[in-house]
Write a protein that binds this ligand. Structure first.
Ligand code: NDP
Length: 267
């Protein structure tokens, strides 16, 4: 468990990741490595913020001199509501993951960060099965649909998948059948909650598909273990963590992020 603070006790720092829980986050280690690589005298910490206290916590951190925060589960909708202006993808996804506390602006770097990570996978069919319909699934579905992917969505609460599919021009599934997907993405927080694998029909996933889990943990998640048993290429959440974190860094600081140093710090 990494060091974190309750928001009322947050130390003096420049940036933070806020979430509830937040002790699992690798963001402090990754951003600190970026500052070290560039010789920047900045501090980035993890701060726990319960959802109902989000607005008070942001005012408190802003007053203490924090310049910006990354926002993780389950606070991305609260972040959007707190912001006075937000970029288009945050508004469409109803989720913001990066805030500038001084001017109350918000962006979503999960969506463009996720698209950045796809180039190495060389997907030819552009057919995706998305598991989940929460904040990150919304951002990723909208980004994929906007990039010409056929998208199918399964979610534990089916109605949320139906609503997201309607908005994105995608298809909502009652059961997570993979079809011809060459990309299967776990956007659920099932493993964060200590749960097992999802009810995916792994034996029907085409063997050239890539399986991506947004979660990262010391051991492969149950989802990625199943994907490995099926012989698929697998990508865990650290790839997206670096991509979205680098875009947040660049938005806040206006300079290129040292992606290699950031990735090395969380290996
Ligand atoms: P949300 O809380 O908005 O959504 C959670 C999703 O998980 C919902 O679709 C929910 O379904 C589903 N879910 C929760 N528990 C279970 C379960 N036991 N079984 C099946 N489905 C479940 O979270 P986010 O979308 O913001 O984040 C999702 C995950 O992605 C988190 O683990 C987060 O850490 C990770 N993430 C990682 C990033 C990275 O940089 N690597 C970036 C963004 C997210 P329902 O609608 O039925 O409640």
């Amino acid at each position: 468990m990494a060091e974190f603070w309750e928001w009322r006790e947050a130390p003096k720092a420049d940036f933070a990741v806020v979430g509830d829980p937040v002790s699992h986050s690798l963001s402090p280690r990754m951003h600190t490595a970026a500052y070290d690589a560039l010789g920047l005298a900045l501090r980035y910490v993890a701060v726990r913020v319960p959802p109902v206290e989000f607005s008070d916590a942001m005012d408190h951190l802003g007053g203490k001199g924090y310049r910006g925060v990354n926002v993780t589960v389950p606070l991305k909708r609260e972040a959007l509501e707190w912001a006075q202006s937000a970029d288009d993808i945050s508004i469409r996804a109803q989720a913001a993951n990066t805030l500038n506390l001084s001017d109350r602006t918000a962006i979503n770097t999960d969506a463009p960060g996720f698209l950045d990570t796809l180039s190495e996978l060389k997907l030819t069919r552009k057919s995706a099965l998305i598991l989940g319909a929460g904040g990150s699934a919304r951002a990723i579905v909208l980004a994929l649909a906007g990039s010409g992917f056929d998208v199918r969505i399964w979610n534990r609460t089916h109605q949320r998948a139906v609503e997201l599919a309607k908005e994105a021009g995608a298809v909502a599934l009652e059961h997570p059948a993979p079809g011809d997907a060459d990309l299967v993405v776990n956007c659920t927080s099932v493993s964060l909650a200590g749960g097992g694998d999802l009810p995916l029909e792994w034996d029907q996933v085409l063997r050239d598909a890539a399986a991506v889990d947004l979660m990262y943990a010391a051991q492969p998640t149950a989802f990625l273990q199943s994907a490995q048993r099926r012989g698929l290429r697998t990508v865990d959440g650290r790839t997206l963590l670096v991509a979205q974190g680098a875009l947040s860094f660049e938005w806040w600081l206006g300079m290129s992020a040292p992606r290699e140093a950031m990735a090395a710090a969380i290996e």
